[in-house]
Design a protein around this ligand. Structure first.
Ligand SMILES: *Cc1c(COP(=O)(O)O)cnc(C)c1O
Length: 419
């Protein structure tokens, strides 16, 4: 049973005093006089530990020069294993490499090669654009048929909808675990069971799941997954992505970028590419070691807090957001655009409003709340358990209601490129 949600600002303050995760907030650089930040699902906050860790790496580079690679290569694999712990994966199943987009390409092509002869690929018409574009490109170049299923924009993709479209001609199902707009979260176990019944592989983009919504990749039977580190993993703008390949599949899969870091004996400089055993074959070129330090310090607080405790708090904050938005903003023309069933919601709440873009801009310009806009009419609000307080959620909805009630929200505004 969920204890009842705060009914007043004082209740919210009292809840923060009793929050077992409260101390993690001080691990992040936060301007306490600044706006409430509810955009950690686009770019996580900066840990204090990040700058010194990068400074130490710069010093190691200065002193050890090329000799530093002994350590750095070890760090790369150790860090993959740490991310695996956040995902319910085993050591040797996760590696950090490239961007989410590139990893999606590598694993999707690897999966299609492993299911050669099949002609169909299933995706979600409402998925994050990069996933759809990568699949479009791959299917165009291979003459395969991409079927983007029309999911409900609010409720998300239904596993039964996927099951109904499956047959033994489908090579791959590629979908997001948590939808970037609505936050609708899939039952990956049900999806994989249906797919595997047809011999189809499953590639899950977990960019909006990892570090926020608990997943157990091993138990769910997920074949392949990718995700970024700059959202809930706090690793900073453009930090490298991770990829996961189920152990049993690693030797069956190859990826299309035959680089020297994925080569069996990298420094033999041999004439022919031969993939390394294990997860290393999914590497391409030299890892970005400076950025990897930021991944390490970005995930450290998540590992320390544990995904179960984080989700207890996140799901409660999302529930509070939903109930406060319903109480304060429905009469102002807003409605929830996240799944109606709270158990299908992820780590953020989507609120739809005719003037969503202007409302976001006003909240930012007035120094109140940083949220984000996803066209045509959605405001995303992401309370991040490590650094968002219950009172922040309470106040943010009050600010949103004030802005929606303000006639300034009806004024046309020029669109900014980054929203
Ligand atoms: C943020 C996000 C990405 C980002 O991809 P990049 O290659 O890092 O730009 C990919 N997929 C999903 C679902 C995302 O939410």
């Amino acid at each position: 049973m969920i204890p009842s949600l705060p009914r007043s600002r004082d209740d919210a303050l009292a809840e923060d005093l009793a929050d077992p995760l409260a101390s993690f907030r001080s691990a992040f650089r936060i301007d306490e006089a600044g706006p409430i930040y509810l955009d950690g699902n686009s770019l996580g906050r900066q840990p204090y530990a990040t700058a010194p860790a990068i400074g130490d790496l710069l010093t190691q580079w200065e002193r050890e020069l090329i000799g530093g690679w002994q350590d750095w290569e070890r760090h790369l694999f150790a860090l993959g294993d740490e991310i695996a712990r956040l995902l319910g994966a085993r050591p040797g199943e996760v590696i950090i490499s490239d961007s989410t987009t590139v990893n999606c390409y590598k694993l999707a092509v690897g999966a299609l090669d492993a299911r050669a002869g099949r002609t169909r690929v299933l995706g979600d018409a409402n998925d994050f654009p990069t996933v759809r574009y990568v699949l479009q490109g791959i299917c165009a170049s291979r003459g395969m048929r991409l079927e983007l299923l029309e999911s409900d924009p609010r409720e998300g993709l239904d596993e039964r909808q996927v099951a109904a479209a499956l047959d033994e001609d489908v090579a791959l199902v590629c979908v997001s675990g948590t939808n970037y707009r609505s936050g609708a979260t899939l039952d990956l176990g049900a999806l994989c069971a249906a797919a595997h019944g047809a011999g189809t592989l499953v590639l899950a983009d977990l960019s909006h799941t990892a570090g926020s919504v608990p997943v157990d990749l091993e138990r769910a039977g997920v074949d392949l997954a990718v995700g970024c580190t700059y959202k809930y993993l706090n690793a900073g703008p453009g930090a490298p992505a991770w990829l996961y390949v189920r152990r049993a599949l690693q030797e069956q899969l190859r990826q299309p970028i035959w680089g020297w870091w994925g080569q069996r004996d990298q420094f033999a400089m041999g004439p022919r590419y031969e993939p390394a055993p294990g997860i290393a074959r999914f590497l391409t070129g030299s890892p970005t070691m400076l950025a990897l330090e930021a991944v390490r310090t970005g995930i450290a607080p998540l590992l320390e807090a544990g995904m179960a405790a984080l989700w207890d708090k996140t799901s409660r904050l999302v529930a509070l957001l939903a109930s406060r938005v319903e109480e304060r903003c429905l009469d102002l023309g807003a409605h929830l655009a996240s799944p109606s069933d709270a158990r299908r919601r992820g780590g953020h709440l989507a609120v739809a409003h005719e003037h969503a873009f202007a409302a976001c801009r006003l909240l930012a310009e007035r120094g109140l709340v940083i949220a984000d806009f996803r066209g045509p009419d959605v405001i995303r609000l992401a309370p991040v358990a490590l650094y968002t307080r219950t009172v922040d959620v309470w106040d943010a909805v009050e600010h949103l209601a004030a802005v929606l009630a303000d006639s300034a929200v009806k004024m046309e505004r020029p669109r900014t490129r980054f929203t």
